[in-house]
Write a protein that binds this ligand. Sequence first.
Ligand code: XUL
Length: 570
Amino acid sequence: MSDPVYLGFDLSTQQLKCLAITSNLKVLHEVKWDFDADSTGFNVKKGVITNVEDGEVFTPVAMWLQALDGVLDGLKSTGLDFSRIKGLSGAGMQHGSVFWSKDAERILADLDPLKPLENQLHGALSHPHSPNWQDMSTQKECDEFDRYLGDEETLAQTTGSKAHHRFTGPQILRFQRKHPDKYKHTARISLVSSWIPSIFLGKFAPIDISDVCGMNLWDILQKNWNEKLLELCAGDFGVEELKQKLGDVPEDGGATLGSIAKYFVTRFGFPPDCKVIAGTGDNPATILALPLLPNDAIVSLGTSSTFLMSTPQYKPSPAYHFFGSPATQSHFMFMLCYKNGGLARERVRDAINNTHSMTDAATWEHFDRALLETPPLAQTGPQDTMKLGIYFHLPEIVPHLPAGEWHYEYEQQLGTLIRTKSATNPPNDDARIIVESQFLSMRLRSQSLLQSPGSGLPPQPRRIYLVGGGSRNKAIAKVCGEVLGGSEGIFKLDVGANACALGAAHKAVWGVERKSDQSFEDLIGQRWSPDAFIKKIADGYQKGTYEKYGEALKGYGQMEQELLKEYARE
Ligand code: XUL
């Protein structure tokens, strides 16, 4: 066996993963390092350190180096012949930043192949920690960002998103005020996705064209840093210095950044011509896990939920996120990100399981039965009101509401809402109402981007691909099709939890093997075999049901507006 092999790394909150695939996209090996279980010497819980008082959530960068040592050793012990590795790329959790010192490039270029990475890079950092996307410490800075160009609409129009706590611009602003000395001694600021290729290259890698949109600093349409936002972010240190720290951003997501550093050639046996391809964010990498067509959607049902689409339209709003596409320069990535996903559903599951004696606390059996046996919108007949609810055990990003649970009945003929204390038959009806409400929120926010898939059908996705833990649940997939449609149905992407590592590996294959301007979709589309990777698990569009949820959507939108008004007053 001497076929080329490509590596895709995924550096996420709780794990570092690596997938090794062939040119024909066959997965050969998968190696994982779990920060809580496998790391030594770092006091992390679920991969992070939390300073509750200030709302800070961060990660020791040295822990990632230890993980990289471990994953590369792990890959060696699979027996993989490293001389076959022709390229690699990485996916990094979005928004996180790494602050490199002025000595960093010298240290990176001169690593001792007899020693692991962890012991050698202390001096390469001006700050030992990377702020994590769960950080909540930047409300003041976010308010400044939202105001600086006029209002949050203008910020969203320019950068693809209004200001968010986790976005790197507000994070850097807070950092330079809190640690002016460290900021001054910072030579470069990487995102997690550009930190990975920096290590492999032995020099600073540029920030990626898609992941840069998670900073609130990049003008998406101009494809340039926004000078005014840099001015706010840099404060007294000045725009030029910050620009140097951020570096240039190449437009081509498939760009080869260079060949692998000699450290990895000597220590692990990588070939000296192994190419390092630009990394990208974990969400942009997820849409590279398959040749996603415009009007197809990926719904990731993990601890949090995300809804992702690739689209040629740029229609930003403070209610969601737009990013540049990681691979197709004329396209954008649309993203909804919810904090209340799997854990919120688990709370309803637990309440239902508590009504059954002698049941396995983690079983979904009773939840699924309640979900399927309760009619859509918990309506007992066509004249009955539609039951709606919102279940947020954490403060939510969209709609921006505090933690809480709210119940309503929607009288569709009159278009009126009545607030109720609970569902009519709690907790069983809650199974239906929570799942519907999560998908109704996605439908509400994505509808203006969707087109008719043809044959006179109403606008809706062509296919919906489910990924993440929740994609195993067929009952949830069925309701997903009822609410969100999908003219060809609901599919499960078999790589499930590895979608971003696979997307990164695909990016490496495309970056190295593409013919001059061959698109990602073309190259991956030719090699990708749907039979091996996807399985239809539920029907999508069902005439009548989809339209009924279209009616419910009016009530759902009103319910959100009413709650937003109520909580804006507080
Ligand atoms: C997206 C976001 C998370 C992180 C970690 O905006 O904050 O999805 O990328 O997965």
